[in-house]
Design a protein around this ligand. Structure first.
Ligand SMILES: *[C@@H]1O[C@H](CO)[C@@H](O)[C@H](O)[C@H]1NC(C)=O
Length: 328
């Protein structure tokens, strides 16, 4: 088992080498990789068999799930989000094993949070390990494009040592496993899910804006399915078989320096929330957090209360005033 781990870590870093290489992976049809999870005819497989529409209307949301369980791999889909007024609508593309491990499940999430008209979708990433739902490792970002205009590729790389979230070929966030994380790092087989649902209670400004069914159906489109990993035997969860990768190059591991530069510039421009800098939530950041001065500065400007370490709004205001004074 440890050997396959190691081999897979090496292979998986090859998958994401440089720009566009993820496109060399086999694209599955919907039926090859997934099955419907819920939503009756609110899930439509298009004629090519490779694209799916998930819709939300007043009756129900909808969703699909991978046929296989996976232990590590590269998982990807091209997604186009519903346009216009989407407050309260959440589209999620994620891995979970909540159905098998009810008390101590793992999860790796992309969540798209809808918005009122004229404001763009935001994207949230998160992970849970072994039921660590109290911790929460959310990060939230704006995007450099309108994700309802066109398809973009969203990918999760999950290995023994790290988890990387990609939008197109840009790594937007990385969580490296540390000793201290223990069970908080996802480490049991998971299935892939895609869903659209009504999250009026919390999605947009903490539930201030609800789903408005006047604009229904809300349709999220999915295609370009990549499920490239180690498929697990559902009876014996410790037995798995990894896909081989074309032209493996075992020398490279992790994010390349040019990808890292892109990631840093993305985060400096678009990050709106990171648990690593949330001083209200964590007095000391969790062990995997790497402090970055520019990220800290950006977030402090964005929300001085959460990221400045103040205890109330007055503190935040004072912070802003003193900055202004200092810069005059
Ligand atoms: C995960 O949770 C189970 C049940 O709560 C516990 O027995 C186990 O030790 C935990 N594993 C790790 C790695 O923390």
């Amino acid at each position: 088992m440890e050997n396959s781990h190691l081999i897979f870590v090496l292979l998986s870093s090859v998958l994401v080498l440089g720009d566009g290489s993820s496109r060399n992976l086999p694209i599955l049809s919907f039926d090859e990789g997934y099955s419907q999870l819920f939503g009756d005819d609110n899930l439509i497989v298009l004629k090519d068999g490779k694209s799916v529409h998930l819709s939300l209307d007043e009756r129900t949301g909808s969703g699909f799930v991978s046929q296989d369980l996976y232990f590590h791999g590269f998982f990807s889909a091209s997604i186009k989000l519903p346009a216009d007024y989407t407050a309260g609508v959440v589209v999620a593309f994620y891995m979970s094993n909540g159905d098998i491990f009810e008390k101590n499940h793992d999860e790796i999430d992309f969540e798209f949070l809808g918005n009122i008209r004229g404001k763009e979708w935001r994207i949230q990433t998160n992970i849970y390990g072994n039921g660590s739902t109290i911790a929460g490792r959310e990060e939230r970002y704006g995007l450099w494009f309108d994700p309802s205009d066109d398809f973009h590729q969203y990918s999760i790389l999950w290995t023994h040592t790290h988890i990387i979230f990609y939008v197109d070929d840009v790594a937007i966030g990385e969580i490296r496993r540390t000793e201290t994380m223990g069970g908080d790092f996802p480490s049991k087989p998971m299935t892939l899910y895609a869903t659209i649902w009504d999250a009026s209670k919390w999605a947009t400004n903490g539930g201030k804006y609800k789903v408005n069914y006047k604009y229904a159906p809300y349709i999220a489109e999915f295609s370009n399915f990549v499920l490239h990993g180690c498929a697990v035997d559902p009876i014996d969860l410790t037995s798995f078989k990894c896909e081989t990768t074309p032209n493996p190059n075992p020398i490279l591991t992790g994010i390349t320096p040019s990808q890292r530069a892109k990631m840093e510039s993305f985060r400096k421009k678009h990050m709106q929330y990171s648990y690593c800098y949330d001083k209200i939530r964590y007095k000391t950041p969790p062990s995997e957090c790497v402090f970055n001065v520019k990220e800290a500065e950006r977030l402090k400007k964005f929300d001085p209360v959460t990221f400045g370490g103040g205890h109330n709004r007055h503190h935040g205001k004072r912070y802003r005033r003193s900055r202004t004074a200092a810069s005059i």
